[in-house]
Write a new protein. Structure first.
Length: 156
């Protein structure tokens, strides 16, 4: 195959690949997301049920790392938690975050504070985000929480 034809075919392949790369960049996890997620759990009469919550997750890239701020909707008692900070990395189709936080719990009428580690696995497809979170207590005092995450990109 002549060198000129080979260069032309290579250039054509690069030009055809450019829109694909651009579409992939648009599927980035960076941006503002309106999400629904399992924010906690409640045990009543030995039955464990998830407590779902809503929030706004803002993801930003810093080098090869990601940061996120989660502003939540009101808790079941009407109060609003301060924004949570998450640290993470990009994955092939989304993001992986780890969050540490102190949570207040009420068990058998007694109040206590427990340190939790929450792992977020998020997958992006266009303007949709799905995934899961797993929450475990540092001392194993609470049962682990596994729950879904889903949402859409906010354009506002």
């Amino acid at each position: 195959m002549p060198a000129k034809l080979l260069r032309t075919l290579s250039l054509t392949a690069l030009l055809l690949a450019a829109p694909i790369a651009s579409a992939h960049a648009q599927a980035s996890s960076v941006g503002t997301w309106k999400i629904e997620y399992a924010r906690g759990q409640r045990m009543t009469n030995d039955v464990l049920t998830p407590v779902m919550g809503t929030g706004t997750l803002v993801i930003a890239a810093k080098g090869d790392s990601l940061t996120a701020t989660l502003e939540t909707g009101p808790r079941p008692d009407g109060t609003v938690a301060p924004p949570a900070q998450l640290r993470g990395v990009k994955t092939a189709d989304g993001a992986h975050f780890v969050q540490k936080r102190q949570v207040n719990i009420s068990m058998n009428g007694e109040q206590s504070t427990v340190e939790m580690t929450i792992t977020w696995e998020l997958h992006v497809a266009g303007d949709a985000i799905t995934g899961s979170l797993t929450s475990v207590s540092a001392n194993g005092e609470l049962p682990p929480l596994d729950g879904p995450v889903k949402g859409t990109r906010s354009r506002a």
